[in-house]
Design a protein around this ligand. Structure first.
Ligand code: ABU
Length: 497
């Protein structure tokens, strides 16, 4: 009988339905806990890969005309997680966001249950105040005792907020008058290693990507400050209007840190906005051992992107953008929608953060981070950062101990370890362009084998200097030295031929 219950038998449709509601939700929680357990089981696979056409046959994805039973919904939940990649598995090294922090996950469960929107204090009072406290703490870690911040849906949008605020600061009439308030060609500058979202700002905001100047970087992936200055002067000579420089603190592929003090000097000299995209490397602000010299000078920035869902391990997604100058966010983005942001409310309406952003509805991304930070304390996060860097050093050491099987491409500044795997047939070849070409071709083949075996996930990509290479990320608290040994042995097992 219970198997045939439907959504109409539980709350809120059936006011007598609390027992059935509880039973259903407890079963959902059991399914979630099974996933947590197998995520942390090193004998379980990371993924059960199927090609899209096969996956469609394995799943029932149809939307029915008549609603299904709760029993079927529980089967749907189990089936969904059965084929989900376990991004928290200790052998998942594929993305910048790896791991499954269970305190943060508990926060996400609570967030889903509270199911509120973050635009006004009146419907999210506790969460809005949490944002206030956590973002202030993050600004302190950047080195500011003032400013304003907001959580945004991802690092790309955080970078866009920086762009918008910079343009607003330089051309406050743009908001009302549009392009005519500028009267010239705006130009922005970033390194050729930056995240693509920086270039996307130029496209989205009407500059055109030709006016996002990609300044060359050195062999370690760090912007060359003299080239930045040359590019600014070149554009000024053309009558263009340079206004924005992005420095990256932790590039996506190789984890390089641009030299912020030198860039800040140039920005000061030419009166340009300095944005630091620390979406990836920002977590190292929590480590006294590693924040200098990598993030030295970050306090001189006008804005900083920092994604706690990366190195800090907060659940996806959790991205923050910080401004040194208070009041810019609201003045840049405010539309004063009267149905939502009335000024005659019962409380101090400066806590209605919704008018600072370009979206209306805003997801609650703060509770999971606040709860996680309460659990770990700032000291716990510092230990986490130091441990990730220690594990990275361990991986580099192990790679260097196996020069016949692995080739380290460069010494990491962050937890990105970039390397080639050397199968038996190339081991006696000199390391020339010919061998590098073969090594590049091997990457997708070996990655395919990892996915078919389901035992391991490590990402690969080319860059502008070399063909495909592996980029291993150590950002999960689950990883140990033994997992790194497993990774290196498993790649060798799958790829030695
Ligand atoms: N937004 C950068 C994420 C890329 C990655 O996880 O590899």
């Amino acid at each position: 009988e219970h198997c045939n219950l439907k959504y109409s038998d539980i709350l809120p449709n059936n006011v007598e339905g609390y027992p059935a509601t509880k039973e259903f939700l407890m079963k959902v929680v059991d399914i979630l806990l099974d996933f947590v357990k197998s995520t942390n089981d090193r004998n379980a696979k990371v993924l059960d890969f199927h090609h899209p056409a096969d996956m469609m046959r394995l799943l029932d994805l149809e939307i029915p005309d008549t609603g299904l039973t709760l029993q079927q919904l529980l089967l749907d939940c189990s089936m969904t997680l059965k084929y989900q990649v376990k991004t928290g598995h200790p052998h998942f090294f594929n993305q910048l966001s790896c791991g499954l922090d269970l305190i943060s996950m508990a926060g996400e469960w609570l967030t889903a249950t509270a199911n509120t929107n973050m635009f006004t204090y009146e419907i999210a009072p506790v969460f809005i105040l949490m944002e206030h406290f956590v973002l202030q703490k993050m600004r302190e870690l950047i080195g500011w005792n003032c400013g304003d911040s907001i959580l945004a849906p991802g690092g790309s949008i955080s970078n866009l907020y920086a762009f918008l605020a910079a343009r607003h600061k330089m051309f406050p009439y743009y908001k009302e008058k549009g392009l005519s308030a500028i009267g010239g060609q705006l130009v922005m500058f970033t390194s050729d290693q930056c995240h693509y979202s920086v270039k996307s700002c130029a496209s989205v905001c009407g500059l055109g990507t030709d006016n996002c100047v990609m300044v060359p970087s050195d062999e370690r992936g760090r912007i060359i400050p003299s080239k930045l200055e040359e590019s600014i002067l070149e554009r000024k000579a053309k009558g263009h209007i340079p206004f924005f420089v992005n420095a990256t603190a932790g590039t996506t592929v190789i984890g390089a840190f641009d030299p912020i003090p030198e860039i800040a000097d140039i920005c000061q000299k030419y009166k340009l906005w300095l944005h630091v995209d620390a979406a990836w490397g920002g977590g190292l602000l929590l480590s006294r051992k590693y924040r200098h010299p990598r993030l030295s000078g970050i306090e001189r920035a006008d804005s900083v992107t920092w994604n706690p869902h990366k190195l800090m391990g907060a659940l996806l997604q959790c991205s923050t953008i910080h401004f040194k100058e208070d009041g810019l966010l609201i003045s840049c983005n405010q539309m004063s929608a009267e149905y939502l942001f009335m000024t005659d409310k019962l409380y101090d309406v400066r806590y209605d953060t919704g008018d600072k952003v370009i979206q209306c509805g805003r997801h609650n991304d703060i509770f999971k981070l606040w709860l996680q930070w309460r659990a770990k304390g700032t000291e716990g996060f510092e230990k986490h950062m130091d441990r990730l860097m220690e594990l990275t050093e361990y991986m580099v050491k192990r790679i260097k101990q196996m020069p016949d099987k692995y080739y380290l491409i460069l010494e990491p500044e962050l937890v990105n370890v970039c390397f080639w795997y050397l199968p038996t047939r190339v081991r006696n070849m000199p390391h020339t362009a010919e061998r590098i070409k073969i090594l590049g071709e091997i990457c997708p083949i070996l990655k395919g084998r990892m996915m078919q075996a389901g035992t391991l996930m490590v990402g690969y990509q080319p860059d502008d200097r070399r063909p495909n290479f592996f980029r291993n990320i150590i950002s999960s608290a689950a990883v140990t030295e033994a997992d790194i040994d497993f990774l290196l042995a498993e790649m060798d097992r799958l790829g030695h031929d």
